[in-house]
Design a protein around this ligand. Structure first.
Ligand code: THU
Length: 150
């Protein structure tokens, strides 16, 4: 089983430790503060924990041409892949919302490509937290394996 390409789908990630999750939350909240969200005023930070323990961040970056903007989670995935990290154990998402928010549908799809068993931890600046697995958030996903049915 390789760690790159489509064949890593079946790799089960090891559970992140409390220390790793705590660091991930902190990083997600910190990068949220650097988000560029002048149109929605909804700042989002994301921190991805790589299989090797590396943490890669992303924030939402909006644009005057609204659809050109990108979500924090997808920005984090793009940054991770550019840094050579393609296998993830957890993602922390941080917002200033009242309740923890799960990743949007497009971000779920982007994440499942690399980490079908991902732990998703959503935190708020007010200290609330929710957790899901990506499988719960995106059941019956279209994955690289789906293309085998061609
Ligand atoms: N946003 C994210 O960054 N991640 C999500 O999963 C949901 C939405 C961003 C997109 C936009 O900049 C703002 O939040 C409001 O939708």
């Amino acid at each position: 089983m390789t760690k790159s390409g489509a064949t890593h789908e079946a790799v089960l990630p090891s559970s992140p430790s409390d220390t790793e999750l705590s660091a991930l939350r902190t990083r997600a909240l910190a990068v949220m503060a650097r988000a560029y969200a002048p149109y929605s005023n909804f700042r989002v930070g994301a921190a991805l924990l790589g299989e090797d323990g590396a943490v890669v961040e992303g924030c939402n970056v909006e644009n005057a041409s609204y659809p050109a903007g990108i979500c924090a989670e997808r920005a984090a995935v793009a940054a991770a892949v550019a840094a050579g990290v393609q296998s993830f154990r957890a993602i922390a998402v941080a917002t200033e919302a009242e309740e923890p928010t799960p990743p949007c549908g497009i971000c779920r799809q982007m994440l499942v490509e690399f980490a079908p068993d991902l732990l998703v931890v959503s935190v708020t600046s007010g200290g609330r937290e929710s957790r899901w697995t990506l499988g719960e958030l995106l059941p019956e996903a279209f994955t690289p394996k789906s293309l085998d049915r061609r």
